[in-house]
Design a protein around this ligand. Structure first.
Ligand code: KIV
Ligand code: NA
Length: 283
């Protein structure tokens, strides 16, 4: 199998064919994303929330990312692999950004990295990483790593000045050499305007249908969690293409019931034989 490359993505973009992207965090989810023919597999720092149970992405470390990146790289052979630079791993200096981006490729097996924000240190970081020969995906609009400053997970670009700011951030990231930009939680007309202003693909999440592609979180589209706490944080814009959590729950409850009432394991699941003679001398 041939790996999806930046050239494949550029060709899809030119032909106005939508680019598909999904997150994965481990070997099985990476195999599933790959087998579904998804163009880009993102090892998102959303791993902190959907896999590790944190309320935000802020606690995610480089070591966390590297562990998950390596597992995903073993599972996905065709999708382009993008790894998130976690909070605190790229904002201090271009050299910090380049060092950590390099680790995501060398140690994590990624093909590209993603970072959040289109201003100040984020733009110089993106530029330095691109200059180091590493492909960078940008991310503007709702940038979850800035939750402290944003005051919560809320839509962005809902005022004229807010929308202009997001557009400026996207243009700055394009200027810095990013190959694509995630647009998160924006009104559809704003992401449409940004998409037509740019000459690189936009990948939307909660940003309407006018982007060059779409991305969603693996656990969210699968309806993986029916735990009350999790239902509360599943985003409004996400379509659940299945309710896998219900299937998991039914299976686990059946297992518990069958062990409890003695119907598991039956003979069919007790496969190991012993010769009658051996058994006689054993007993
Ligand atoms: O971490 C993540 O899953 C992301 C996507 C939602 C774009 O950054
Ligand atoms: Na992320």
């Amino acid at each position: 199998v041939k790996r999806v490359t930046l050239r494949h993505l550029a060709s899809k973009y030119t032909k106005k064919k939508p680019i598909t992207m999904l997150t994965a965090y481990d070997y099985p989810s990476a195999v599933h994303v790959d087998q579904a023919g998804i163009d880009i597999c993102l090892v998102g720092d959303s791993v902190g929330m959907v896999v590790h149970g944190h309320d935000t992405t802020l606690p995610v470390t480089m070591d966390d990312m590297l562990l998950h990146c390596r597992a995903v790289a073993r599972g996905a052979r065709r999708s382009l692999l993008v790894g998130d630079l976690p909070f605190g791993s790229y904002e201090q200096s271009p050299s910090q950004a380049v060092a950590n981006a390099t680790r995501l490729l060398k140690e994590g097996g990624m093909d590209a990295v993603k970072l959040e924000g289109g201003y100040g240190s984020r733009v110089t970081a993106a530029k330095a990483i691109v200059e180091a020969g590493i492909a960078v995906m940008g991310h503007v609009g709702l940038t979850p790593q800035a939750i402290s400053a944003l005051g919560g997970f809320r839509p962005q670009g809902q005022t004229s000045s807010g929308a202009k700011m997001v557009l400026e951030h996207a243009l700055a990231l394009q200027e810095s050499g990013c190959f694509a930009i995630v647009l998160e939680c924006l009104p559809s007309p704003v992401s449409a305007a940004i998409t037509s202003a740019l000459k690189i693909p936009t990948i939307g999440i909660g940003a309407g249908s006018k982007c060059s592609g779409q991305v969603l979180v693996y656990h969210d589209i699968l309806g993986m969690m029916q735990h009350p706490h999790y239902v509360k944080v599943t985003p409004k814009f996400c379509k659940q293409y299945a309710q896998v959590g219900n299937i998991v729950n039914e299976a686990l409850v059946s297992y518990r019931e069958e062990v409890t009432n003695g119907t598991f394991p039956s003979r069919a699941h007790s496969p190991y034989q012993m010769d009658a003679a051996e058994l006689d001398s054993f007993i």
